[in-house]
Structures are given as structure tokens and as C-alpha cells.
Design a protein around this ligand. Structure first.
Ligand SMILES: Cc1cc2nc3c(=O)[nH]c(=O)nc-3n(C[C@H](O)[C@H](O)[C@H](O)COP(=O)(O)OP(=O)(O)OC[C@H]3O[C@@H](n4cnc5c(N)ncnc54)[C@H](O)[C@@H]3O)c2cc1C
Ligand SMILES: NC(=O)c1ccc[n+]([C@@H]2O[C@H](COP(=O)([O-])OP(=O)(O)OC[C@H]3O[C@@H](n4cnc5c(N)ncnc54)[C@H](OP(=O)(O)O)[C@@H]3O)[C@@H](O)[C@H]2O)c1
Length: 460
């Protein structure tokens, strides 16, 4: 009988998408044995390594995710990278089904001249740095007084806010010590954020936009000549609640006098990045092309160019998913090719492979959206379940949960399980408590694993 043993499922990625998928699958009514395999020594994906440190309320989603991962019926195998520590063949021979929930952590490209100059950065890299991602350098060059940010999404807002905030106003958060130190030496005075379309086409959330107006000693400056509304803009501002709120906030700001703050965030619209200008290989300015709306909310260039002197440029034009070798990938979208979460290759379903979250749908949407992604994917997996048992090539012994752990140990992979993460979590909280903060993140990967695996205690 195929259903005598639990269905063995590996979920790759312990971000919200993977965690929601595990939760939904565990409650689906079929008997399952679920492993979540995560490449970092800490779970929670972009909630830990993307959500800005000065958004502690959103970071609280970690409590709900931890309730799932720490419940005891789902096994976390962190610090294990699929692609190097485990191959696709390993996964095929140890599981009936594999769900890829690997998210997106790289910047989309922006192909304009000068984008590779020194002083030009991707927002995703900067976010990884300020959120203490273990795989990025410890220091970040913060020597620019004037900075340009391309893109008007929530990531651009996060980057602008973190760059413009005075260190004392972010020091109370879980921000890592090395990041606080870096930000403390920043001479920044002006951050220019550029949207290529109009105020009604920005992707900011209303709450996040309003927050910008309350950053201490930072003025938000807008330019009335950038305010243009075509038919589509008027329709969106009247009928879309979010757009209405955003447009109202932006319009209110046109009437506000600057307070004389020592730092400024300038919001510019209808200006598209044309070129990053350099001298001696370093960024010295950005050249923007004025655009005009076409009636449908899209724009075309006018041929009028404006230069802004800046010493650093951040492109916040979206994230891009990372390909896993051997898994069909849609290069145009940066996603795993799928239909309803079933991985497909040239239109044919690849048996036993599923996907969910940003790597399924593309790098847009809030944490909550990954729950509906997971519902669709798991519904399809559950429908396929009878076939999945039959299609598994491995024997019953290979499918034992112990077997994979032995394999990883044999390979010398220092696996971080949930109880190990709890040690690291407690350590970070203790560091924070001593400083009157909720936590202080440990950043270096080796230090993280040493603490999680109790190695530091042994050395002492
Ligand atoms: C800067 C930023 C700030 C954000 N802030 C908010 C916010 O305030 N509120 C909100 O609602 N949404 C926010 N979002 C959106 C939110 O983070 C995403 O909707 C959500 O994290 C997507 O979940 P995911 O699980 O698909 O991907 P991720 O969160 O990226 O999780 C994917 C996981 O897979 C792991 N992984 C990747 N490759 C491998 C591999 N080969 N082997 C093993 N593991 C692997 C990764 O390490 C990661 O832990 C933000 C996004 C960004 C970029
Ligand atoms: N606090 C929060 O809730 C929070 C924080 C961070 C992120 N997030 C979420 O995470 C997701 C990703 O955010 P994101 O900011 O990376 O993406 P996003 O919302 O898609 O914004 C990307 C921005 O880049 C612009 N852009 C793209 N290509 C461009 C180009 N070639 N030249 C100029 N501009 C270009 C887009 O303009 P066009 O519209 O003209 O294409 C858009 O303004 C979003 O769903 C976001 O809401 C949420």
C-alpha cells in the first residue's frame, strides 16, 4: 500500500513561503514527514534579512513563523545549501516531493551606461548588508554626501530611509553593530529618489510613505513640476484605495515648507535613469531623462536631460530570483517555470517538483501573499500525492529521516536544527538585552553556527 508510510517532502527555503507551505501541508490531512532545508544558519528568509531593522512590528511575523518551525512536527535543517551540500539527485532519492521556496535575493540588472562605476550599488546588496546577512562583506562604502536611488517601490523607501536616518534613531533596533558603526560615519545630506513614471504610478505602500515624513531631522522635498496625472492616473487615484492614499500624501507634501533639517530625501517623478556619469572610474552624477505620461500610465522619453551631482547610486528596480541548476527556469521573469506551483519543463509537468513564494511568482508582493501561493501549490501536491508515492525510486530505508542527516554529517555539513537555532536566538536576545534592545544580530556565518552548535561554550 502506498499510504502506509508518510509522504516525505523537502521544502527548500525557510522563508515565509516555505514555512507557510510546511504548515499548510502538515494540516492537509495526508500523513507527511516534512524537512525544511535552508542555506543560512538562521530561518525566516527576507523577514530576517530583508525587512528593515527599524520595522520591528513587521519583524514580529517571525513569532508566527517560529510557532510553525518550532512545533516539533516539521524538521528544520539549516546551514544546508541545495546545489552544493545537497544535489538534486540527493533530494530525489530521499524524498517523494520537493518544493522550491528559494525566494529572490539578487538585484535586477539596469542596463544603462556607467552602472558598473565605483559607487554604483544594488539595493538588494545594501539591504543584505544593513540586515546583517552572513554572506556579504562586513563593511559598506558610505562616503557620499549626495546619493541617487532609482525606483519608487518599498525597497527604494527602505534604502532611502536607512541612508538618511541619523544613527541614533536606528540604534535602538536590532541593527548589527558593524552596520551601526558604518552608518555613523556617513556624511550624507541629500538622497534623491527617482521614479520614471508619475506620482500615481509609484509602488510605495501608503503607511511606508507617510513614515518618511516622520523621520527626525530629515525633510522630504517634492517638486510640483513632477506632478502630472493622465487619464489612467486619475482613474487609479479615484478608484484604487492605495493609490488614492499615496497620491494624497505626495500632494500634501507639495504644500509643506522644509523645516531646515540637516538631511533631505528628495522624491522626483517622471525622470528615467539615462546614464551614471563618472570621473576616474567613480560616480560623480546621474543623468535623468524627463518623461511624459501617455494616457495609460506609461511614459515615453522627452529628450530633455537633467544632471544631478551624486557620489553614489543605488538601483532599487526590483529583485531577481536565482536559478537552481537542473530546475527549469524562466529567465524573463526570474522564476522557476511552473503551472500552479507544479514545476514544468516545456509545458510538461516534472513529477515530484513544486515551487512557491517569490521564486514561483516573481519578486513582488508582501509576506502575506506567500500564504496564498502556498495554498495553491499544496492543493496541487496533495492532489498528486497518490502518484508521488508510486513515482519515488528510493527504498523505504533511504526515505528514513535519519538517512539524510547521516548523509549531511558524512559530508561534514554543520547542520543547524531548530533547537540549535534556539540557542543562537537566545544569544542574540541576550546581546540585545544588555544594550536595551530586543536583539543584536550575530553576522559572521561561522560565529552563528558556532553559537548555534554550542561550540563557543566548549572553547571557553
Ligand atoms: C528589502 C525587502 C523588504 C521587505 N519588507 C517587507 C515588509 O516590510 N512587509 C512585507 O509584508 N513584505 C516585505 N517584503 C517582501 C517579503 O520579504 C517577501 O514577500 C517574502 O519574504 C517572500 O518570501 P519567500 O519565502 O518566497 O522568499 P524569502 O523570504 O527570500 O525566503 C527564501 C529562503 O530560501 C533560502 N534559499 C535560497 N536558496 C536556497 C538554496 N539553494 N538552498 C537552501 N535554501 C535556499 C533563502 O536563504 C531564504 O531563507 C520585503 C522584501 C524586501 C526585498
Ligand atoms: N514595508 C514593506 O511593506 C515592504 C518593504 C520592501 C519591499 N516590500 C515589497 O517587496 C516587493 C519588492 O519591492 P521592490 O521595491 O523591489 O519592487 P517594486 O515594488 O516592483 O518596485 C520597483 C520599482 O523599480 C522601478 N523600475 C523597474 N525597472 C526600472 C527601470 N529600468 N528604470 C527605472 N525604474 C525602474 C519600478 O518602476 P515601474 O513601476 O515604472 O516599473 C518601480 O518603481 C514589493 O511587493 C514591495 O511592496 C514591502
Amino acid at each position: 500500500m502506498t499510504t502506509e508510510r508518510p509522504l516525505r517532502v523537502a521544502i527548500i527555503g525557510a522563508g515565509p513561503a516555505g514555512t507557510y507551505a510546511a504548515d499548510i501541508l502538515s494540516k492537509s490531512g495526508i500523513s507527511t514527514s516534512i524537512d525544511i532545508i535552508e542555506r543560512l544558519p538562521a530561518p525566516f528568509g527576507l523577514v530576517r534579512y530583508g525587512v528593515a531593522p527599524d520595522h520591528p512590528r513587521i519583524k514580529q511575523i517571525i513569532v508566527a513563523l517560529a510557532n510553525v518551525l518550532g512545533r516539533g512536527d516539521i524538521r528544520l535543517l539549516a546551514n544546508v545549501n541545495v546545489g552544493t551540500d545537497l544535489t538534486l539527485e540527493d533530494l530525489q532519492s530521499h524524498y517523494d516531493a520537493v518544493i522550491f521556496a528559494t525566494g529572490a535575493f539578487e538585484d535586477s540588472d539596469l542596463n544603462i551606461p556607467g552602472i558598473d562605476l565605483e559607487g554604483s550599488y544594488g539595493a538588494a546588496d545594501f539591504v543584505s548588508w544593513f540586515d546583517g546577512h552572513p554572506d556579504v562583506p562586513r563593511t559598506w562604502p558610505l562616503d557620499a554626501k549626495e546619493i541617487a536611488i532609482f525606483g519608487v517601490g518599498n525597497v527604494a523607501l527602505d534604502v532611502a530611509r536607512v541612508l538618511a536616518k541619523h544613527p541614533k534613531d536606528i540604534a535602538v533596533t536590532e541593527i548589527p553593530d558593524n552596520v551601526l558603526e558604518g552608518l555613523s560615519s556617513s556624511p550624507v545630506t541629500d538622497v534623491h529618489v527617482f521614479g520614471r513614471r508619475g506620482p500615481a504610478q509609484v509602488k510605495f505602500s501608503p503607511l511606508e510613505l507617510r513614515e518618511l515624513g516622520h523621520v527626525p531631522d530629515v525633510d522630504v522635498i517634492v517638486y510640483p513640476e513632477d506632478y502630472e496625472f493622465d487619464e489612467a492616473s486619475i482613474d487609479a487615484a479615484e478608484n484604487n484605495k492605495q493609490t488614492k492614499q499615496v497620491v494624497k500624501t505626495l500632494t500634501d507634501w507639495t504644500l509643506k515648507e522644509p523645516s531646515g533639517a540637516s538631511r533631505r530625501i528628495h522624491l522626483h517623478f517622471l525622470q528615467s535613469p539615462h546614464e551614471v556619469l563618472g570621473e576616474d572610474g567613480k560616480v560623480v552624477a546621474v543623468r535623468m531623462e524627463r518623461t511624459e505620461l501617455q494616457g495609460d500610465g506609461n511614459v515615453k522619453g522627452t529628450g530633455e536631460f537633467i544632471d544631478y551631482p551624486v557620489q553614489a547610486v543605488y538601483r532599487a528596480v526590483g529583485y531577481y530570483g536565482t536559478e537552481i541548476e537542473g530546475i527549469p527556469f524562466d529567465q524573463s521573469k526570474g522564476t522557476i517555470a511552473n503551472e500552479g506551483g507544479r514545476v514544468v519543463d516545456g509545458g510538461d509537468v516534472v513529477p515530484g517538483y513544486y515551487t512557491t513564494g517569490w521564486i514561483k511568482r516573481g519578486p513582488v508582493g508582501l509576506i502575506g501573499h506567500t500564504k496564498s501561493d502556498a495554498q495553491e501549490t499544496i492543493a496541487n501536491l496533495v492532489e498528486d500525492a497518490p502518484r508521488l508515492y508510486a513515482e519515488t525510486k528510493a527504498g523505504a530505508e533511504q526515505l528514513s529521516p535519519d538517512n539524510l542527516l547521516h548523509l549531511l554529517k558524512e559530508r561534514g555539513v554543520p547542520v543547524v536544527q531548530w533547537h540549535d537555532w534556539e540557542l543562537l536566538d537566545a544569544h542574540e536576545r541576550a546581546l540585545g538585552e544588555a544594550d536595551g534592545r530586543e536583539r543584536i544580530k550575530v553576522v559572521p556565518r561561522e560565529e552563528m553556527t558556532d553559537i548555534a552548535l554550542g561550540r563557543l561554550k566548549q572553547q571557553a
